[in-house]
Ligand binder design. Sequence first.
Ligand code: FAD
Ligand code: NAP
Length: 312
Amino acid sequence: MLDLAIIGGGPAGLTAGLYATRGGLKSVVMYEKGMPGGQITQSSEVENYPGVCEVVTGMELMECWPKQCMRFGLKHEMKEVLRISKKNSVFTVHLQNETVEAKSVIVATGSTPKRAGFEGEEEFLGKGVSTCATCDGFFYKDKEVAVLGGGDTALEEAIFLSKIASKVYLIHRRESFRAAPATVERAIKNEKIEFILNATVKKAYGNAMGLEGIILSKNGEEIDLKVPGIFVFVGMRVNNEVLKQEDGSYLCSLTEWGEVKVDLRMRTDVPGLFAAGDIRQEAPKQVVCAAADGATAAIEAISYVEKIGEVG
Ligand code: FAD
Ligand code: NAP
């Protein structure tokens, strides 16, 4: 039986593996369905990871993480986890053709920004199309940008971007918003935000250097908005499927948005089950925060495993 199974090999899962093995757990496996590194490997420019002074790509940032994190015995299995279940005090990790038992589990499967579905969205992702204002907003200092969406994230991030960009076009497909009325009010009062309502993005265009503009459709007419950046905030999909049980319930408590509820030690309401990174409630959705969560969860997993019995 494993001391610890880690689900997901992004910054949270990798750091959890480093701390768990260096902290004394003997059998720790990190299940990552793709290459370790996580969603940050999609970013073309990262400049807010402390200690890395030059602007690097997400791939460059994550290059040596797996090597460092596996130095103390963490094993990586390139497998997709289908489900985690728990009976008595033992967890079962359900894989395609096998099951593995573990004393403790850290879920670090992240969350995935939804795509709006316009032409060029994928092509210019990381080259003008962004899903993270904290990460990429600074690249548009004193430039005009667009924000797509009408929920809390879009409105809040538009307000955030208005402090950096010279102007923010808030594009929403309807006239009313899902965002809290107080947030909408703040955005309306913000002189740097211009609303373009009842409009959809048809296409993003540009060249090899990046985005040059977007084509909108509003009341049957086309609008050519020449912006170097568009932030797409049309909802998040929390990757919580592994917690779903056969009867449709979830192994631990989730928020109304599907995020895993944790305390400050990344403990869920199921003993021995921890969550770290973008999947947990109120995650700041930053690499440095996900890594810190992973370390916290691992430290807690070590004391949990020590408490329930022999390590090894
Ligand atoms: P993730 O990085 O999402 O990793 C989760 C991992 O779990 C993935 O590798 C996935 O393959 C794996 N997984 C999921 N389900 C399963 C399963 N069932 N079985 C096995 N494996 C599974 N943050 C910053 O700090 N600075 C930035 O500049 C920045 N820029 C960004 C740019 C882009 C384009 C994007 C998309 C994000 C950016 N972020 C940035 C946010 C940052 O990438 C995330 O906050 C961080 O990666 C979260 O780490 P995580 O480990 O929680 O999840
Ligand atoms: P959301 O509430 O689901 O809003 C998504 C928005 O994107 C909606 O306005 C939707 O339009 C629009 N949209 C969806 N698909 C689209 C498409 N293909 N093209 C164009 N527009 C599209 O998502 P969110 O803003 O990320 O918030 C997620 C949850 O987290 C929400 O429950 C939110 O309240 C919560 N949250 C809370 C806070 C806070 O409390 N401070 C902050 C952030 C998020 P329609 O409205 O027409 O469907």
